[in-house]
Design a protein around this ligand. Structure first.
Ligand SMILES: [Zn+2]
Length: 291
C-alpha cells in the first residue's frame, strides 16, 4: 500500500482505537461477497485486511454467511472458498436453520451481530468487510464501525462515517468539559498563581496576561503602566519591571484572600490540599468542620 493511504488508514485506526476501544487483533466480519471478490481478484483476503488495518486481524464469518456460501457450493470455486472460510472463526449469530429455514440476508445478519440491541453502537468493536453497498450503508449509521471493501482489486477502508465522527467530536467535547469541571479547583488555583509567575518576566500564556489585566482594572493601579505598552517594549520592561513588579506581587497576593470568599464549594476544594495530607480519603467536609 502506498504511503499516503497507509498513513491515512493508520490514523483512522488510531482514532477508532482512541474513541471506540479497537484493539489488535481486529475482529473482522467478512461476508460471502468479499470472500468471492478477493478470490476473483486473486487477493489474499486476510493479508489484505492486515495491510489495510495495519495490524493483526481475526477474520470471522457468521453462520448465515456460511450458509450463503453452502447454497452456492455448486458454483465453480465456491467449495474452495468454503474450505477457506472454515478456517475463520465462526461468529454464532443465532439464526439457526430450525428457526430460519432460509439464512438471513447478510445485511440483516451482520446488523444483528454488530448492533444486537439496535442502539447504534458497535460494542464488540467489529470491523465489517463487505462488498454489499447496503451493508456498508447500514453500518455507517452505527457508531464506530470501520468498513472495508474491495474496489478493482484494491482494498479500501471507508473514511469515518459522519455519524461516527460527529459522535467522536461530541464525546471529546464532553470529556473536555468534564475535565474542566473536575479540575476547576486546581485550575482556579493555577490561575491565581499565574500572575506571580508571569510577573517574573516570562511572557507566557494569554490566560495569565488577561487575568493580570483584570486584576489591574479592578484594583487601584493608576500608577502602573499600561499592560499593553509593557508587552510591546520588552527591553525597557526589564528596567522598569524591577520596582513595578514588586508592587504587583504584593497586589497579586491580595486577590488570594478575596478568592476564598467566593463560595462555600470552592472553599472546600481549596482547603483540601492543606488539610487532607493525613487523611486523603476524608473529604472536604471534615476540613470545614474543623474550622
Ligand atoms: Zn445470521
Amino acid at each position: 500500500m502506498r504511503g499516503k493511504r497507509a498513513k491515512q488508514y493508520k490514523k483512522l485506526m488510531q482514532q477508532y482505537g482512541l474513541s471506540y476501544g479497537f484493539r489488535e487483533p481486529y475482529q473482522v466480519l467478512v461476508d460471502s461477497g468479499i470472500l468471492r471478490d478477493a478470490d476473483k481478484f486473486k487477493m489474499d483476503l486476510v493479508g489484505g485486511l492486515e495491510r489495510t488495518l495495519q495490524g493483526q486481524v481475526k477474520p470471522m464469518i457468521t453462520q448465515c454467511s456460511m450458509r450463503h456460501l453452502y447454497a452456492a457450493s455448486s458454483e465453480p470455486g465456491v467449495s474452495y472458498l468454503i474450505d477457506k472460510a472454515k478456517t475463520y472463526e465462526r461468529r454464532r449469530c443465532g439464526h439457526r436453520p430450525e428457526e430460519y429455514p432460509e439464512p438471513l440476508s447478510e445485511q440483516d445478519c451482520l446488523a444483528s451481530v454488530v448492533d444486537p440491541k439496535n442502539n447504534k453502537t458497535n460494542k464488540n468493536c467489529y470491523v465489517v468487510a463487505s462488498q454489499e453497498i447496503d451493508v456498508r450503508k447500514h453500518m455507517r449509521g452505527v457508531m464506530g464501525v470501520p468498513l472495508v471493501y474491495i474496489a478493482r482489486s484494491v482494498m479500501i477502508m471507508e473514511p469515518m462515517a459522519d455519524a461516527t465522527s460527529d459522535n467522536r467530536e461530541r464525546e471529546e467535547r464532553t470529556k473536555f468539559r468534564a475535565g474542566l469541571k473536575r479540575g476547576s479547583g486546581s485550575l482556579k488555583r493555577k490561575r491565581e498563581d499565574d500572575p506571580d509567575e508571569g510577573g517574573e518576566g516570562k511572557t507566557d500564556g494569554v490566560q495569565g496576561d488577561s487575568t493580570q489585566k483584570k486584576k489591574k482594572k479592578s484594583g487601584k493601579g493608576p500608577k502602573e503602566p499600561n499592560p499593553l505598552a509593557v508587552k510591546k517594549s520588552k527591553k525597557s520592561k526589564s528596567v522598569e519591571s524591577g520596582e513595578s513588579k514588586k508592587a504587583e506581587d504584593v497586589e497579586s497576593s491580595n486577590p488570594d484572600p478575596s478568592g476564598t470568599i467566593e463560595s462555600g464549594g470552592k472553599r472546600k476544594r481549596r482547603r483540601k490540599p492543606k488539610s487532607s495530607t493525613e487523611g486523603a480519603a476524608a473529604d472536604g467536609s471534615e476540613a470545614v468542620n474543623e474550622e
